[in-house]
Design a protein around this ligand. Structure first.
Ligand SMILES: [Zn+2]
Length: 390
């Protein structure tokens, strides 16, 4: 059942015979299991259109996008966002709001998220599997505590507890690092579909990484792996918010780009857009800033290619937005500094889901409970029994 549900969630509507091929289950098993899912209102089956060819056409199985659903939330430095995602991957609703830099405290953040969640009227708690949260910080896997979010100024924050109170929900809340979740979303629905060795690199104010090795996320012993933004690359560089000096993100992060382009740090997405605009109309300072970021990005990626031997590097966030302008520089740096054999095997692409990759990954994180144990959803739920007897 889990295998079927995972295929349906990943691919959307599939024919019974396609489901059989993908899972290796027999025709009769697929039919029986789909019957159970249909009884529980998790899927609908459509009569096949008659084919012009011999053989019986196969029923189309369509996941019910309203049951279950998950709520994804994202806490970035410049914005917060929410999305309601249904079984089968449909994004039923999403919303992103910018926020001022002065309001990054935990209290502000959970209050803002509660306000945002209240506006997502497609989210029905009775049909919900859970809530996933993507955050620009280091998350301890065991208990979801945000151990460190340097660009929010957070340390050892029990985010799920605060969020539960602010949202007033009993649903399970799962917290994950934004780049890890961006990698998950790009692997499931975006630019890295079908790939199993993936490096997702996302830039905003900070730079995060999500690494998927052989189809599985690289977590490290506590869940802290992938903090590639804090690779010490330039001992002569500037101070980093993590307390160290010359971390990668001090050369390639949003503030580095803005400062080099002669803008104020902390300008956010609008300021980045204006740098891009100026660079394309010939402003040399803006062009040099982009060149600097491209060079240091390629330099750091070369080291990661040598360590991880990925097949795909997906550039998200800021890097996805400036990708066209920096692609040549990045590729040249990879040619120059990565080992030739690993270099030949890797492709660099911009994220397909854009800035929403971590947000959609957060919704996917909440779905994992369902994908791992769909049988729990076959039992009648109180609300449905009421419906049935009404
Ligand atoms: Zn650092």
């Amino acid at each position: 059942l889990g295998a079927l549900v995972r295929e349906l969630h990943g691919a959307g509507p599939l024919s019974r015979s396609e489901l059989g091929m993908r899972t290796g289950l027999t025709r009769s098993t697929v039919r029986a299991l789909i019957g159970e899912l249909a009884t529980a209102l998790l899927v609908t089956e459509e009569e096949p259109e008659p084919l012009g060819t011999p053989g019986r056409p196969s029923h189309l199985v369509r996941p019910n996008p309203l049951r279950p659903v998950s709520l994804g939330l994202e806490i970035a430095v410049d914005s917060i966002a929410g999305a309601v995602v249904g079984f089968g991957g449909d994004v039923l609703q999403s919303l992103r709001v910018d926020r001022p830099r002065g309001e990054l405290s935990l209290d502000h953040t959970v209050a803002d998220l509660a306000q945002l969640a209240a506006r997502l009227d497609r989210f029905d708690e009775d049909s919900a599997i859970g809530i996933g949260v993507a955050i620009a910080g280091v998350v301890r896997r065991a208990d979801g505590v945000v151990a460190l979010a340097p660009n929010l100024g957070w340390r050892d924050i029990a985010l799920s507890h605060a969020l539960r109170q602010s949202l007033g929900t009993m649903l399970p809340i799962h917290i994950g690092n934004e780049a890890d979740l961006g990698a998950l979303a790009e692997a499931r629905r975006g630019a890295a579909r079908g790939a199993s060795h993936i490096l997702f690199v996302s830039g905003e104010v900070g730079v995060g990484g999500g690494v998927i090795v052989d189809g599985r996320p690289l977590n490290g012993i506590a869940g802290f792996a992938g903090e590639i933004g804090h690779m010490p690359l330039n001992p002569a560089g500037s101070a980093c918010r993590c307390g160290s000096v010359g971390c990668w993100e001090t050369e390639v992060g949003e503030d580095a780009l803005l400062a080099r382009a002669g803008r104020e740090r902390g300008g956010g997405r609008d300021a980045v857009a204006s740098v891009l605009h100026d660079a394309s109309s010939g402003d040399e300072r803006a062009q040099a800033a982009l060149e600097h970021v491209g060079q240091w990005l390629g330099y750091g990626l070369a080291g990661l290619v040598n360590v991880l031997n990925p097949e795909l590097i997906v550039l998200g966030g800021l890097f996805g937005r400036i990708y066209e302008q920096i692609a040549d520089t990045v590729e040249l740096r990879l040619d120059r500094y990565a080992l030739a054999d690993a270099r030949r095997l890797v492709r660099v692409v911009p994220a397909a889901l854009g800035e929403d990759a971590p947000l959609l990954g957060a919704a996917e994180l909440a779905f994992e409970t369902f994908l791992g144990d769909p049988a729990a959803w076959l039992r009648p739920r109180p609300a449905l029994v009421e419906l049935a007897t009404a």
